[in-house]
Design a protein around this ligand. Sequence first.
Ligand SMILES: Nc1ncnc2c1ncn2[C@@H]1O[C@H](COP(=O)(O)OP(=O)(O)OP(=O)(O)O)[C@@H](O)[C@H]1O
Ligand SMILES: [Mg+2]
Length: 252
Amino acid sequence: MGTVYAIANQKGGVGKTTTAVNVAACIAAAGYETLLVDVDPQGNATTGLGIERNGGPGLYGVLGGDLPAQEAARPTAIEHLSLLASTPDLAGATMELPRLPGSETRLRDALSGVRDRYAFTLLDCPPSLGPLTVNALVAADRVIVPVQTEYFALEGLAGLLDTLSLIQRELNPRLTVAGMLLTMHDQRTKLGQDVEREVREHFPQLVFDTVIPRNIRLGEAPSFGRPVIHHDPHCAGSEAYFALAKEVASRG
Ligand SMILES: Nc1ncnc2c1ncn2[C@@H]1O[C@H](COP(=O)(O)OP(=O)(O)OP(=O)(O)O)[C@@H](O)[C@H]1O
Ligand SMILES: [Mg+2]
């Protein structure tokens, strides 16, 4: 059975998609069959892998029960990496999901058929705690929480952790926090150093040792439709995501 990771934080623009795409690519590069699921109607993980959002199967049909996940998963340009895409119709899912039977467990049920095909499945969540994120957290074994290293970093994290406990209690007792990940870090600034110290003091044991630096290559890779390790394998961003993938795998 593979392991399912949700990449979640209801705060926008903190590096969820960058983390999902690049950790998935690093794991695939190590030879593991990997599935990336774009759970966000914005579709940034899909376009970031250079995949056309229109005219192919996607997560929407899978959640609706029209399509088995194994038929909807598309191969990518990267060996060992498949994608369950976010097509434009996924925007309607936030409204439609609550009306479907078993609305909170639809993703988990859909993935149960493919879990043994992939050593790792990564779920890129939208910036909200709505029905799509709830589905992802119910389907996941572990959550990775990217935290942007900036002044309001801790804001909202308490709310997110409350939601995680609630889902653990009510819907998914297996769910654990894999770790919080400091992203877009600027080690040279006092603010960067202060925020890192504060987050580590606030959540001892919970913060990954690996820190993702602010890196131009990481920001531009999606516009070329590829993960950073296929864009510039030796840049600081590639090194950081390789280190993170190792740390994630070693935390088991
Ligand atoms: N370490 C980094 N260095 C430089 N740019 C980064 C880094 N991480 C992310 N970015 C850029 O910052 C922006 C936000 O990142 P990303 O899309 O990963 O965040 P997100 O949490 O998925 O956003 P959303 O909440 O909208 O889904 C993107 O333009 C991305 O390319
Ligand atoms: Mg995103």
